[in-house]
Design a protein around this ligand. Structure first.
Ligand code: NAD
Length: 386
């Protein structure tokens, strides 16, 4: 089949197998260039197939020679449809890792379920004995509980309507978008999906099954961002979930202190991923941020961020944290000079100057690459096995 991108709003419904493989390969090469570190050796990554989770898997495997077990929720190809990018990424990662003598296995299923937790525990016991690191990088729209109740996460404010500039991805115009407040039930549902409850469930299940090494480290990813996006992000429904995640790290540290387990939240940079493109108003901030950070030579993608997490922020097993026990990979993004410039641009930007003031090309390049498109090395006119 000849696979072309089919973009609908902020999602692409096709993925290119060879392009996804190229994406994985480039990330592996980046980590290899950084050199070997004395890091984790047996790592479980929950949400391992795209974005920050995939980068974490690659950084652990190729940065410190770790055996990795990845959990993801991806769709296989059918006769007519390509698989999801995470499916191809996982296939490619396993192929590279195994060829390079690294243990890699994956479980494709709902990470919220008891069943997947049990499958992972069995796999750890059989193949690795125990794990020394657990990375929690889920970005999910919904969570189904064991009794069948479904919680749906929403991207809304928690106080008043919030209106600001928003970039219309279809035609590169800027208009105003209004984000409306969530009901209490919607806030609670978002916390259920994206808060720390399931992270706690995972660590408890792994600990009860005795598959965590003494002193194992667990890290979940979060975002805070600038004041500009606070009403829709940090003080919005998703922010409530992230605050719950931050509190869960504290709870994990207290609950599992006797096992020496250390739980951290790493606050990462804003980046185009499947999860983040869905948030209103935010993509315009991303495109301006990309422009400013690239001009200053400090732009990073997922792999550069996670490379820095392992090499700097967790060097020699000691986590560098702020006063709230948070690892700050958003340190460059939130630099005063960066934010000052982003806000000056934010005030001036409109439909006429958007191409000049924001990195629209960079945004779309990242977007297409997520689905395996736009790599020079791939001939997209050729038939490919999906
Ligand atoms: P992503 O969409 O690229 O990845 C999500 C991963 O979760 C995929 O591997 C997917 O298969 C998996 N997943 C989703 N639902 C699942 C389920 N029910 N069971 C098993 N696996 C499931 O997202 P991302 O942007 O890399 O986000 C990962 C984490 O990083 C999130 O917590 C997010 O809030 C955080 N983060 C993202 C950004 C950003 O700008 N993208 C910034 C900072 C922090």
């Amino acid at each position: 089949m000849i696979v072309e991108p089919k973009v609908r709003g902020f999602i692409c419904t096709t993925a290119h197998p060879l392009g996804c493989k190229e994406n994985v390969k480039l990330q592996i090469e980046y980590i290899k260039k950084q050199g070997i570190i004395n890091g984790p050796k047996k790592v479980l990554i929950i949400g391992a197939s795209t974005g920050y989770g995939l980068a974490s898997r690659i950084a652990a495997a190729y940065g410190s020679g770790a055996s990795t077990i990845g959990v993801m929720y991806e769709k296989e190809a059918t006769e007519k449809r390509t698989a999801t990018p995470g499916w191809y990424n996982t296939q490619a990662f396993e192929e590279y890792a195994i060829k390079d003598g690294l243990y890699a296995t994956s479980i494709n299923g709902d990470a919220f379920s008891r069943d997947v937790k049990e499958q992972v525990i069995t796999r750890v016991k059989e193949d690795l004995g125990k794990v020394d690191m657990v990375i929690y990088s889920l970005a999910a729209p919904r969570r189904t509980m064991e009794d069948g109740t479904v919680y749906q996460s929403v991207l809304k404010t928690t106080e008043d309507n919030y209106t600001n500039k928003s970039w219309n991805l279809r035609d590169n115009t800027i208009s105003e978008a209004t984000v409306i407040p969530a009901t209490e039930d919607e806030v609670n549902a978002t916390v259920k999906v994206m808060g720390g409850e399931d992270w706690m469930d995972w660590i408890k299940a792994l600990s009860d099954a005795d598959v965590l090494e003494q002193g194992a480290v667990t890290i979940a990813y979060s975002y805070i961002g600038p004041k500009l996006t606070y009403p829709i992000y940090y003080n919005g429904t998703i922010g409530m979930a992230k605050k719950h995640l931050h509190e869960s790290a504290e709870r994990l540290n207290q609950t599992f202190a006797n096992k020496g387990i250390k739980a951290y939240v790493s606050v990462n940079k804003a980046l185009v991923t499947q999860a983040s493109s869905a948030i209103p108003i935010v993509p315009l901030y991303f495109a301006i941020l990309y422009k400013v950070m690239k001009e200053k030579g400090i732009h990073e993608g997922c792999i550069e961020q996670i490379g820095r997490l392992f090499h700097e922020k967790l060097a020699n097993g000691i986590a560098q944290v702020d006063e709230h026990n948070l690892i700050r990979l958003d340190d460059y993004e939130l630099k005063e000079d960066i934010q000052k410039e982003v806000f000056e641009i934010w005030d001036r930007i409109n439909s006429d100057n958007i191409l000049e003031l924001a990195d629209i090309k960079g945004y779309w390049d990242d977007f297409y690459r997520m689905f395996g498109f736009g790599f020079d090395q791939i001939d997209y006119t050729q038939d490919v096995e999906i």
